[in-house]
Design a protein around this ligand. Structure first.
Ligand code: GLP
Length: 246
């Protein structure tokens, strides 16, 4: 897995946005899988800017979200539906028919997961998967221990993840479960971009890059991916040993 280290968050976000923009220009109907969280806000800001000032179009692009909390209605302010609309989809010319976010209120969540996998297959698979990383190495909502061969499914969130995300919820109680694209769903993407910023991610980044490839460190799976790149700012790269090119 290659790593690119940028001097700061803005430089990292601009470079990652360029990868998405280039792909979109080359292949207008490209299929993207996108994350939520604080880390990708800079990419979304930059892509919105490129859409407004440079005419970058997403009219034919397909978007899949990595995950959604189980039990949250699409209009809940902490839902990933709302996050994606507010930060990206409603600020560009995305076609709502080509935007997919798991339905956290599906009556049959297992069927919803199957529907999601089928929609990805129908779209021709993911071209570019953009990921953040949790402090415990989770990707999407695949917590430590997630099987590398897992597909989109319902998962239990770890206490530590619920604690980190608690402030988005009333009484600081984050949902206990989520729907997430699986490890194999992510791995099947033609290319993967994992972003990490800040010293609170440095430990997870170092473990993912330098420790054994193991299901206990989900992001380590990407080491055997043919086309996965880490985009880091200097703070997130600060626990890495030598041998990581800038
Ligand atoms: C959540 C999301 C992940 C994201 C992670 C890190 O748990 N499900 O997809 O990567 O948070 O978020 P942040 O970028 O805010 O640190």
């Amino acid at each position: 897995m290659r790593a690119r280290v940028f001097p700061d968050y803005n430089a990292m976000s601009a470079a990652a946005a360029d990868v998405v923009a280039r792909r979109s220009n080359e292949e207008p109907s490209a299929v993207f899988m996108l994350p939520t969280g604080i880390t990708p806000l800079g990419i979304y800001r930059r892509l919105v800017e490129m859409h407004r000032s440079e005419g970058l179009s997403f009219a034919n692009a397909n978007f899949f979200n990595l995950d959604e909390y189980l039990g949250l209605a699409p209009d809940h302010r902490a839902s990933y539906h709302v996050y994606m609309k507010e930060h990206f989809y409603e600020l560009i010319n995305a076609d709502p028919a080509r935007v997919f976010v798991p339905d956290g209120t599906a009556i049959d969540p297992e069927a919803e997961c199957e529907r999601y996998e089928a929609a990805i297959r129908e779209a021709g698979g993911i071209d570019v998967c953009v990921l953040g990383i949790g402090r415990n190495g989770h990707i999407g909502f695949n917590e430590p221990g997630a099987p590398f061969d897992s597909r989109t499914r319902v998962v239990e969130l770890s206490e530590s993840t619920r604690k980190v995300n608690a402030s988005d919820f009333e009484a600081d109680r984050a949902p206990e479960r989520a729907i997430t694209a699986g490890m194999a769903t992510i791995f099947d993407s033609k290319s993967v971009l994992l972003l990490a910023s800040g010293t609170n991610k440095a430990g997870a980044v170092a473990a993912a890059v330098e420790d054994d490839v193991s299901e206990s460190m989900p992001a380590s799976m990407l080491r055997s991916h043919p086309n996965a790149v880490l985009f880091l700012d200097e703070a997130a790269a600060s626990d890495l040993g030598h041998g990581v090119a800038g």
